[in-house]
Every structure is written in structure tokens, then in C-alpha cells.
Design a protein around this ligand. Structure first.
Ligand SMILES: *Cc1c(COP(=O)(O)O)cnc(C)c1O
Length: 306
């Protein structure tokens, strides 16, 4: 089976845009802060998730696989994006979910609505996720399985994320991106110009441990001009407080751009702190990548002005 370009164009990349951030927001301490709005691509298969999935989907379809299997927790943007992408490309999807849920989270409900079969496993069993044999056993009643690792963290995920470089002009000195598995950062580092600094914001405690993994997967000659910042975790992955909510509402009021509570809000918060603390030069130009994830805001919907 061959896949035509048209098949892979079901997401219209022209929906993405680069938007300037309000100058007062960064107190005019740098030459520019712009935001690449990948959240506009699709309400669910948004941001970096589409890029990490697209070459995986292409490979799965070309290989004639019938079922996509992937992994995630109850709030995983990757899981629900995969469910929707599979539905779009008319293949079955199975999600192996970490933890048992008495009631489904909104994310898991959306997975199910998109037709994804959910298999719940204990945290302990979930630790086997890197074993293809285990995943095959879990999803034994489905056939012709194509396994995508958690967070789309494989070579197609990284190569797909690298395609985001088509939006990134050489004029930017710094690229800010949120980091979960590091797949998006790796893909970008491999593709954008060497002189451009990548600032990776990790929304979990001690997230800097990912440096080793990232360094291993970046091409050796590209392994410089990137760094991770993990101090703006707000208590840990998925944690937040009133200050973060206020920040998100302010950002929306000033820039008319909604941030998500897990990743991009913490990135923009940290970036603003760095700018205020003079981490940049006056002629620096920063591009922040809005990696999507807005579906995750349902849990705080009443507290947001958008
Ligand atoms: C998944 C996700 C990330 C993390 O991407 P990685 O490639 O796993 O590092 C960042 N931002 C948002 C909004 C996400 O949903």
C-alpha cells in the first residue's frame, strides 16, 4: 500500500502561525518574542503530537499494520492524539494505560470516543512498556500491531518533530520548547541551525535528568547549544497553583493565546522570569513553540477565562 501526500495532509499545516508576543510582556528587554502556534493545527492532534505521530502513522500504514498500540497515563496528550490520528487514518488503536481508573478521566473518555481500546495496567506492569513482547501479550486480541512508544519517543517521532523546522527562520537566536520525553527537542536540535540555542523547559521536578537521554539521541555534531531548565515545575508534573492560573489568564488577556496548564504555561512563566532576570541580550530574538495540549485544560476549565 502506498500513501500519497494527500493522505498525510489531513492536518492543514497552514493553520499554524507565528504571532508576536506583546512587547510589554517581555518589557522590551529583547528584540522579539514570537510564538509558533502549533496548537492551531487541530484541537486534539495538536502541536508537537501531530509531528511526532505523522511519520509513525505513515510507516504503520505503508507496512500494512492494522492496529496502533501506544502507552500513556490518564491525562496523556499523546494517547488521545494517537486515538484521533488512528481514527483519521482508519486504523485500530489500543492504549495501554498506566493505573486503574474507577471513572475515566476526560482524556480517557475522549480516547474511547475516538474508538481507542483501553487496557488498564498497574504502575508495576506498566514498567514493562519498553518490552514489545509484553505489549503484544497485552493487546493479544488485536492483530498486526504497530507499537509506538510512550510520548512517540522513537526515531520516527524524532524525525517528525524535526519537520517543525520548516517554520523556524534563521533570524531567531533562541527557540523555547516544553519537554516531556525530550523527543521534540531532539528532533529540533537535529534539524535547526547550529547557532540557534534551544531552551527546553521541563515541567517536572528534577527534569534535568533527561539531559543524558537527549544527548544520546542528538547527532553528535549537533550536540551543543541546548539546555534544560527544570525550576518552574510548580510542585511537579501536572501540578499547578493560583499563581500559574493567574499567569495563564493574564497571558491570554494580553496575547489572545491560550496556554495549557501542564507544559506551555510553565515554559512561558519560566521564560518571562529569565527575561526579567536578564538572561538574554537586547538583540536576541526568541521563538516559543506552542506545542498544544489544550485538551488537558478541561480539569481547570472553571478557573480559566478561556
Ligand atoms: C507532549 C507535550 C510536550 C512534550 O513533548 P516531548 O516531545 O515528549 O518532549 C510538550 N508540550 C505539550 C503541550 C505536550 O502535549
Amino acid at each position: 500500500m502506498t500513501i500519497t501526500c494527500a493522505n498525510m495532509d489531513t492536518i492543514d499545516e497552514r493553520l499554524a502561525k507565528i504571532q508576536p508576543v506583546d512587547k510589554d510582556w517581555y518589557r522590551q528587554k529583547v528584540a522579539a518574542v514570537d510564538m509558533l502556534r502549533l496548537d492551531l493545527l487541530h484541537p486534539i492532534i495538536s502541536g508537537n503530537k501531530w509531528y511526532k505521530l505523522r511519520l509513525n502513522m505513515k510507516h504503520a500504514l505503508e507496512g500494512g499494520y492494522k492496529t496502533i498500540v501506544t502507552f500513556g497515563g490518564g491525562y496523556s496528550n499523546h494517547l488521545v492524539a494517537t486515538a484521533y490520528a488512528a481514527q483519521m487514518f482508519k486504523v485500530k488503536a489500543v492504549g495501554i494505560v498506566r493505573g486503574k481508573y474507577e471513572t475515566l478521566t476526560p482524556t480517557l473518555m475522549q480516547c474511547r470516543e475516538a474508538g481507542m481500546g483501553l487496557i488498564f495496567v498497574s504502575q508495576e506492569d506498566y514498567n514493562n512498556k519498553h518490552e514489545p513482547e509484553w505489549a503484544k501479550k497485552m493487546a493479544a486480541h488485536f492483530d498486526e500491531l504497530f507499537i509506538i512508544p510512550e510520548g512517540g519517543a522513537n526515531e520516527w517521532g524524532r524525525a517528525g518533530a524535526g519537520l517543525i523546522n520548516r517554520f523556524i527562520s534563521n533570524a531567531y537566536t533562541h527557540i523555547a520548547v516544553s519537554v516531556g520525553t525530550g523527543t521534540t527537542l531532539i528532533g529540533l536540535r537535529n534539524k535547526i541551525s547550529d547557532h540557534q540555542q534551544i531552551l527546553g523547559f521541563v515541567p517536572m521536578k528534577q527534569g534535568a535528568y533527561l539531559k543524558g537521554y537527549i544527548a544520546e539521541h542528538v547527532q553528535p555534531e549537533k550536540n551543543r547549544n541546548w539546555d534544560l531548565f527544570d525550576e518552574w515545575h510548580f510542585g511537579g508534573f501536572g501540578k499547578w497553583n493560583d499563581e500559574l492560573l493567574r499567569f495563564m489568564n493574564d497571558f491570554y488577556r494580553v496575547n489572545n493565546a491560550p496556554l495549557d496548564i501542564v507544559y506551555t504555561s510553565k515554559m512561558m512563566y519560566g521564560l518571562q522570569q529569565m527575561i526579567t532576570n536578564c538572561a538574554f541580550k537586547p538583540d536576541d530574538r526568541i521563538l516559543c513553540i506552542h506545542t498544544g495540549g489544550l485538551q488537558g485544560n478541561v480539569s481547570v476549565k472553571e478557573k480559566l477565562d478561556y
